[in-house]
Design a protein around this ligand. Structure first.
Ligand SMILES: Cc1ncc(C[n+]2csc(CCOP(=O)(O)OP(=O)(O)O)c2C)c(N)n1
Length: 388
């Protein structure tokens, strides 16, 4: 795989510093895609996935979208503290997760709950995490959306930008040394390519040829920093060249193109070829998180343009051209998903809070004396002051 490093910068703008025309047309020009504007698949590019897989990707993307919307409402109502979602980026996340093999490990950024659900985490467990209740797999010790999924071969979300990249590369190196048939992937935004972890991970991956797929979701923004101000390179993919890592750019709103590109990188890694850097061109339709108001720094017109390139609309149109989805089926899917979400919210809200004792569990096999003392004071209150 080779990256086309010529031509325009990340969002079709000119030289560094020149305002970019931040439209889907400019961003996606000349980039590998499969689903054409009329909804049909380009026969020369079509990976010819089984229809059942394509439909299950649509179901998962709709589910992810509806969960996202519900969580924003819950946060606005003060029922959860925070949410960071994937509105507009569902194809980058679901299709790449689907392209990984079951034994492969995924190291998430923080927008990839859809990948965790794809891997089989029950929706209830995710909502338990969002409410931080006693059933939360992370035991209510983390912010919402800081999930963990060891049974699903899914690393824990780490807040510091970029840490998952070195984790993914280190894990892959260990697998390679042990001769395990295992590939890892790391998700990150284009802003994270400015972190030292990116450079450490890429250098290590390039030198040791680790079986790693580096998934850069170029969604146009790193909170309020536009992608064209993030780097002086014309693409983020071309950063791979400096590390001897093959790189490719792909239409991130085209579910079939993402699957095809990631699957090729997984097979390349599994065959001993080493890492690949994939720049998935997409757009963050929402704010950075529920703590952000993007109206303070970006034009609403820009967002409107990208709404028309919504990956869900594109996949729906594709399924319609195949005669594989009717309006009634789509409405039923949404109604069923809404009911599933509602039941999970009710159960998560009704569940007890984590116990005070649970704060002292899970680190030591045998609690040291000072922890036991702190636990007692925490639960019984401070000891009365000694009288001298
Ligand atoms: C080391 C570190 N620096 C800064 C932050 C604050 N921060 C959280 S998200 C973010 C932007 C990340 O943007 P990008 O990597 O493009 O990912 P996106 O959110 O767009 O998916 C920043 C600066 C952090 N979490 N960690």
């Amino acid at each position: 795989m080779q990256v086309d490093s010529g031509g325009q910068n990340n969002h079709g703008g000119g030289a560094h510093g020149v305002p970019a025309p931040r439209t889907p047309e400019a961003s996606l020009a000349g980039i590998a895609r499969v689903i054409r504007d009329d909804g049909t698949a380009d026969p020369a590019e079509d990976p010819r996935l089984p229809l059942a897989l394509v439909k299950s990707l649509y179901v998962a993307m709709v589910r992810t979208r509806l969960i996202d919307e519900r969580l924003v409402t819950l946060q606005r109502q003060g029922r959860i503290g925070f949410h960071i979602g994937s509105l507009g980026e569902e194809a980058t996340i679901l299709a790449s997760a689907a392209a990984m093999r079951p034994q492969d490990w995924i190291f998430p950024c923080y927008r990839e709950f859809g990948a965790l659900l794809w891997r089989g985490m029950p929706l209830q467990a995710y909502f338990d995490n969002m409410f931080g209740n006693a059933n939360d797999p992370a035991k209510g010790r983390q912010m919402p959306d800081h999930y963990t999924g060891k049974p699903y071969h899914f690393g824990s979300v780490s807040s510091p930008i970029g840490t998952q990249m070195t984790q993914a590369v280190g894990f892959a190196w260990a697998a390679k040394l042990r001769k395990d048939d295992l590939v890892t992937s790391a998700y990150f935004g284009e802003g994270a390519t400015s972190s030292s972890e990116f450079h450490t991970a890429m250098n290590f991956a390039g030198v040791f040829k680790t079986p790693t797929v580096m998934l850069c979701r170029n969604n146009g923004w790193a909170i309020s920093v536009p992608s064209e101000k993030q780097s002086a390179t014309r693409t983020f993919a071309e950063k791979g060249i400096a590390y001897g890592v093959p790189a490719v750019r792909c239409d991130g709103n085209d579910v079939l193109a993402v699957y095809k590109t990631v699957r090729a990188a997984v097979e390349f890694a599994a065959a001993g070829g080493g890492p690949t850097l994939i720049e998935l061109m997409t757009y963050r339709l929402s704010g950075h998180s529920t703590s952000d108001d993007p109206r303070a720094y970006r034009a609403e017109g820009e967002v409107e343009g990208w709404r028309k390139a919504d990956p869900l609309l594109r996949l729906r149109k594709h399924l319609e051209t195949l005669g594989a989805l009717t309006d009634a089926e789509d409405a039923q899917l949404r109604a069923d998903t809404d009911a599933e979400i509602k039941a999970c919210v009710e159960a998560a809200e009704a569940a007890p809070k984590p116990s005070l004792e649970s704060m002292f569990e899970g680190v030591y096999a045998e609690k040291p004396w000072h922890l036991r003392e702190q636990e007692r004071e925490c639960i019984e209150g401070p000891r009365p002051k000694a009288h001298h």
